[in-house]
Design a protein around this ligand. Structure first.
Ligand SMILES: *Cc1c(COP(=O)(O)O)cnc(C)c1O
Length: 426
C-alpha cells in the first residue's frame, strides 16, 4: 500500500535534527498518538492540508484562536491591507486605541488593558501586577488549569505538560515553586484550607473559569462565586485566565456568563484572530500600577503589533455582527449528540463534555468531574480513534486533554462527514 504520509515523515525527521522534538511547541509532536505528526502545507475555512496533499476537517483550530476558521476573508483582508503600511512602529497607532477600547467596553471588569504578545506573557504580567498591588507573593492555581509556561505556573500544569506526563518542569527555581500552591478545581474547601494557613500572604488566585486544558471542565454551581467571595475576604486578587474562553462562548468572557467581576483578566488566542497576541486588564486602580504610570515594569518591542491588532479587530467585528455564536453552538450540539448515540450504541464507555463550540470526549466508565477523573481516561483508545480518523480526513487534537473546537467555517456537510467517519471507526 502506498504511504499517505511519505513527505511528512521525511520532513519530520529533518525537523527533529534542528528543532527539539521536531516542533516549536510540545503538543505538536503527537507524542502519545503513536505516529509522527503530519507537516502542514496550508489551511482554508474548516480544512487543513498536509504536505502530501491530504485534506482534513480541522477540529484543532490552532488550539483556540480560529473561531471563524482558517484564512477567513475579512481577517485576511485586514492583515493584507495593514501590512502594506508597515509591520511595526514602536509607537502607538490609532488601531490599538480602537481595539483596546472595544475590549474594555465588552468586559465590565476591565477599565484599562495592556497588550502583549502571547497568553503566557499576559498571565505572567498579571501575576506580577497582582503581587505589586497586594505586596504579597503566593499564587494559588488549580490542578489541570494551564496558564502558559511562566515559572510560577509550571506546577502540575495541564495542556502540553499534562500530555507529556511531566509533573512539573526542570529549571524552575525552588524559590519560585514555593510561592505557587495548587488546589483542586471545583473543590472550594481545598482553597479555604490554603487561605487559613496563609491569610496574609496570597497575592492572587488564578483560574480558567471554564477550564479547557484538561479537556473541557465546567465549574460546579457556586464554585466561581465562592472564589470571588473568599478572595475579597482576604484582599487577594482574583485573576480569570480567559485566554481560551474570551470571546469563545459569547461576545465577552465567562465572567459575563456567570456575572462575576474578577480583579484581573487575561486574554489571548481569539483576540489576535490567529496572529500572536495577549492582553491583561482590570480596574483602573490596579492597572495604574503598570509602567509608565506606575512602578510595575512590563514592556514589549512588538506589543500592540499592527498586524495582530488588525486581525483582532476584524475577528471581533465578525463576532459582533454575525450570528456566529448561535451557529457554532448549533453545529457542535448536533455533532456531540450524535457522537453520544454512536458511542452508546457501540457500547463504548464515554463522557462527552460540551459548551458552546467546545467539546471533549473522554473514554471512561465514570463521570468526569475532576482532574483526577481526567487522567484515568483511556488514552490508548483515544490514540486509536485519532489515527483512524486521520486516515479518513478528520483531524482531532493529538491529545485527549486538548479540546475540540467547531468554527464558523465548518459546514453541516463537515459535521455529517465527521459523524459518518466516526461511526466507521469501530
Ligand atoms: C493557551 C493558553 C495560555 C497560554 O497562551 P500562549 O499564547 O500559548 O502563551 C494561557 N492560558 C490559557 C487558559 C490558555 O489556554
Amino acid at each position: 500500500m502506498q504511504n499517505k504520509f511519505e513527505k511528512s515523515e521525511q520532513l519530520f525527521s529533518k525537523a527533529c535534527e534542528f528543532m527539539p522534538g521536531g516542533v516549536n511547541s510540545p503538543v505538536r509532536a503527537w507524542t502519545h498518538i503513536g505516529m509522527d505528526p503530519v507537516i502542514i502545507d496550508h489551511a482554508q475555512k474548516s480544512y487543513i492540508y498536509d504536505v502530501d496533499g491530504n485534506k482534513y476537517i480541522d477540529y484543532i483550530s490552532s488550539y483556540g484562536p480560529l473561531i471563524l476558521g482558517h484564512a477567513y476573508p475579512s481577517v485576511v483582508k485586514a492583515i493584507t491591507e495593514t501590512v502594506k503600511n508597515g509591520t511595526s512602529f514602536g509607537a502607538t497607532s490609532e488601531k490599538e486605541i480602537e481595539f483596546c477600547s472595544t475590549i474594555c467596553e465588552t468586559f465590565p471588569s476591565i477599565d484599562m488593558i495592556r497588550l502583549v504578545n502571547s497568553g503566557t506573557e499576559a498571565t505572567m504580567s498579571a501575576l506580577r501586577l497582582a503581587r505589586a498591588y497586594t505586596e504579597r507573593d503566593i499564587v494559588i492555581k488549580f490542578e489541570g488549569c494551564y496558564h502558559g509556561h511562566a515559572d510560577s505556573f509550571l506546577m502540575k500544569a495541564g495542556s502540553g505538560l499534562l500530555t507529556e506526563e511531566i509533573p512539573s518542569s526542570l529549571g524552575v527555581p525552588k524559590a519560585i515553586a514555593q510561592n505557587t500552591i495548587t488546589c483542586d478545581f471545583n473543590n472550594i474547601d481545598s482553597v479555604k484550607a490554603v487561605f487559613k494557613k496563609y491569610p496574609q500572604s496570597i497575592a492572587a488566585v488564578i483560574v480558567e473559569p471554564f477550564p479547557a486544558n484538561m479537556g473541557l471542565m465546567l465549574p460546579r454551581t457556586r464554585f466561581l462565586k465562592e472564589l470571588r467571595k473568599i478572595t475579597r475576604e482576604y484582599k487577594t486578587l482574583l485573576i480569570f485566565d480567559e485566554v481560551i474562553s474570551g470571546y469563545r462562548y459569547l461576545y465577552g468572557g465567562v465572567q459575563n456568563i456567570c456575572n462575576i467581576e474578577p480583579d484581573l483578566t487575561t486574554l489571548g488566542k481569539i483576540i489576535g484572530g490567529g496572529l500572536p497576541i495577549g492582553a491583561y486588564g482590570g480596574k483602573k486602580e490596579i492597572m495604574s500600577l503598570v509602567a509608565p504610570i506606575g512602578d510595575m515594569y512590563q514592556a514589549g518591542t512588538l506589543s500592540g503589533n499592527p498586524l495582530a491588532v488588525s486581525a483582532g479587530i476584524a475577528t471581533l467585528n465578525e463576532l459582533k455582527n454575525k450570528n456566529v455564536y448561535e451557529n457554532i453552538e448549533y453545529k457542535t450540539k448536533v455533532l456531540t449528540k450524535e457522537l453520544e448515540n454512536i458511542l452508546s450504541k457501540k457500547g463504548i464507555p464515554h463522557d462527552i463534555h460540551q459548551y458552546g463550540s467546545v467539546f471533549s470526549i473522554f473514554f471512561t466508565d465514570r463521570l468526569v468531574t475532576t482532574f483526577k477523573d481526567v487522567i484515568t481516561t483511556d488514552k490508548i483508545r483515544y490514540g486509536k480513534i485519532f489515527r483512524n480518523l486521520l486516515q479518513k480526513g478528520i483531524m482531532l487534537p493529538p491529545s485527549p486533554y486538548e479540546v475540540c473546537f467547531v468554527s464558523f467555517s465548518h459546514t453541516e456537510d463537515d459535521i455529517h462527514k465527521t459523524l459518518k467517519d466516526y461511526k466507521s471507526c469501530f
